[in-house]
Design a protein around this ligand. Structure first.
Ligand code: PRX
Length: 632
């Protein structure tokens, strides 16, 4: 494909073209994909009212680009290489030809059950190939998939099903996660007690554990799919038709359903995958994310398949049966490109080099990092111990809302610098602004990271509430998309993402809203009010520190802590459990009643004597008492 950038000069040329003539630039790239009908207008946009359309009038089906298009040339090449949780169980190889057939069968199964174009289908599955097959089957028939990470609680699942009124839930009996099995079907059953829109639950048999069965709703995957044809015509989708919804946390309220559309997302996923990782024919590529997160959507499924790559899908966890599992799998499948999160790198680094030493890792060419800032120590360890000093490291910055990678080195092309995501990809126009929205120009500066021009993979709306989307991303600073991240621009125009500047925390690469966690804590019958902040955590990047006011002095604070943790797990997920809970008698508030989180953050960080301006506090004695009781 000619949109492949091969050296730094080509990068600068592509970047310049993308800024000077974006429509021509993106039209050329989009032409490399297969369209059922050409577009009539490449781009129309307005950030203030928030209305962005790419490739309007064009029609396509992303699965024809992920599957059909490859059959002639690479029908027998492995598309999905599945590695199970249990290292003693055989891995599974699914060729493009087989994947095409499986997707068509699953699409026919969904149609048989009554799924139609535009229907929302919730996927709550373990990391098995059928999760990817279901995503593609939805896309094949024009249904909109909404994947919920299989670590979320019944309550979170119900909230997401209800928000987009999903007609079907596709799940499995259970999931293997390390030494544990998770009863997915049981969680779906519990979620369904709170929903009334689900017509059927399709259950893929995986762990073979015992499950409850509701004859009127539940259907076995293997029974339903058995007689389905391997031929299924792909529905023509308008470029701006919805492809998927993915819920993510913001600074206020409940998680919102980020909507991505068919045409722009496809172009962005394919273009970024090919260029950032510098994917070459026959490379074995492995992204360790879960399909429940955007990284799994774009860089396990759509991006690699659009480029005809072999994508590894791993069911397990990095530390099972021991902390050498990633490295064992890399040697076993001769992985060339490996993409993971800083939390995984830090936790494996903490386990010691003895888990790395048994493996050669000599197939590796490129290492990726995503989801949170990578600290210098972890970057160096990744580079030296895993990459043996010879692999390119791509620290890729992006978000659920951006659809794909935005700022990142191109592997082996962009000179890297530890902790810097380096340069924007072609088409991405970053700008740093101060709190008033004034542009911060020049080098060696810091500010709030915004993007000033649309790109094909960007969010189009939040499901069911366009105004919320506009307010969230486009109203803080007029005419700019606000990322929520703080960022530094260095002397060589490299960007370094510092972290969120809003009330979003990033725990082990998982994005959580402080309000979401507070709402869960407040469900405890004795909790009156709570405030949650992030603090630096050596492994997780950020930990969760909760300040909690109860209605009476607790006799057994530890018992109350256990109860709060269990409520948070039930309301959200175990990933949202606070690391520290401090019971307090009051919270630092301004005269207008706003919690001064800045002060709470400082205390959580242990910076007791450096609280900054406290003159607007309603009652300064509150701070003194919190400082005294602060947890180490
Ligand atoms: O704060 C940034 C951080 O993760 C946030 C986006 O989270 P989410 O939508 O869950 O998507 C994660 C996977 C793309 C961003 O606002 N983040 C993501 N990548 C990086 C990062 N922070 C620093 N460096 C990165 N490479």
């Amino acid at each position: 494909m000619n949109s492949r950038i091969r050296n730094l000069e080509e990068y600068h040329k592509a970047y310049q073209e993308s800024v000077e003539n974006p429509e021509k630039f993106w039209a050329n790239i989009a032409e490399e994909f297969s369209w059922k009908k050409p577009w009539s207008k490449v781009l129309s946009w307005n950030f203030n009212a928030f209305d962005v359309k790419w490739f309007e009038g064009g029609q396509l089906n992303i699965t024809e680009n992920c599957l059909d298009r490859h059959l002639e040339e690479r029908g027998n090449q492995v598309a999905i290489l599945w590695e199970p949780n249990d290292p003693n169980q055989a891995s599974k190889k699914i060729t493009y030809q087989q994947l095409h057939e499986e997707v068509c069968k699953a699409a026919n199964m969904l149609k048989k059950l009554g799924a139609e174009k535009g229907d929302r289908i919730c996927i709550y599955m373990p990391m098995v190939p059928e999760a990817a097959i279901t995503m593609l089957a939805c896309a094949r028939i024009g249904a909109v998939h909404s994947i919920v990470f299989a670590g979320f609680s019944a309550q979170s699942l119900a909230d997401r099903i209800n928000d987009s009124l999903c007609k079907f839930v596709i799940t499995a009996d259970g999931a293997h996660r390390g030494a544990k099995d998770i009863s997915l079907k049981e969680i779906v059953d519990e979620a369904l007690l709170q929903t009334s829109c689900v017509k059927n639950v399709v259950v893929f048999r995986h762990t073979e554990q015992k499950i409850n069965w509701n004859e009127s709703i539940d259907r076995w995957w293997h029974e339903e799919i058995a007689d389905c044809s391997t031929v299924c015509n792909a529905v023509a989708m308008d470029a701006e038709d919805m492809l998927f919804i993915l819920y993510t946390s913001g600074s206020t309220g409940k998680p919102k359903g980020v909507v991505h559309t068919c045409g722009g997302y496809m172009v962005w996923a394919g273009y970024t995958f090919k260029n950032v990782f510098q994917y070459e024919e026959k490379d074995i590529y492995w992204c360790t994310a879960d399909v429940g997160w955007v990284t799994g959507h774009t860089y396990i499924v759509y991006g690699p398949l659009l480029c005809g790559a072999t994508t590894v899908m791993f069911e397990g966890i990095p530390t099972y049966p021991n902390a050498g599992r990633f490295w064992e799998v890399i040697d076993k499948h001769k992985v060339n490109i490996f993409y993971t999160a800083p939390t995984a790198i830090r936790s494996l680094m903490a386990c010691g080099d003895k888990f790395v030493q048994p493996y050669t890792l000599d197939s590796l060419k490129t290492l990726g990092s995503v989801g949170e800032p990578i600290n210098e120590e972890a970057w160096q360890w990744y580079h030296e111990k895993i990459g043996k000093g010879k692999c390119a490291i791509v620290d890729t910055w992006w978000q659920t809302e951006t659809g794909g990678i935005m700022i990142s080195p191109l592997a082996h092309i962009t000179p890297t610098k530890p902790t810097f995501a380096t340069l924007p990809l072609p088409g991405i126009q970053p700008i740093l602004v101060d709190s008033e929205g004034k542009e911060i120009e020049g080098i060696n500066v810091e500010g709030n990271l915004c993007i000033k021009f649309p790109w094909p993979g960007m969010i189009r709306t939040t499901y069911g509430d366009h105004e919320r989307c506009r307010l969230n991303y486009f109203s803080t600073y007029p005419n700019l998309y606000f990322t929520g991240d703080g960022c530094r621009r260095d002397y060589n125009h490299y960007y370094r993402i510092i972290g969120r500047v809003d009330d979003v925390i990033n725990v082990s690469g998982h994005r959580l809203g402080t309000a979401e966690v507070e709402n869960a804590i407040n469900e405890h019958p004795h909790v009156i009010e709570s405030a949650v902040v992030g603090y630096p955590h050596p492994i997780k990047g950020q930990g969760i520190y909760a300040y909690v006011i109860c209605d009476h002095v607790l006799e057994d604070p530890n018992q109350s802590r256990v109860e709060i943790l269990s409520i948070v797990t039930k309301m959200i997920s175990a990933i949202a459990k606070p690391d520290k809970i401090q019971f307090v008698s009051g919270l630092p508030k301004t005269r207008s009643g706003k919690i001064m989180r800045r002060i709470l953050r400082k205390i959580a960080e242990g910076e007791m004597n450096n609280l900054g301006d406290t003159s607007t506090l309603l009652d300064p004695s509150v701070v003194e008492s919190i400082k005294e009781g602060a947890l180490k």
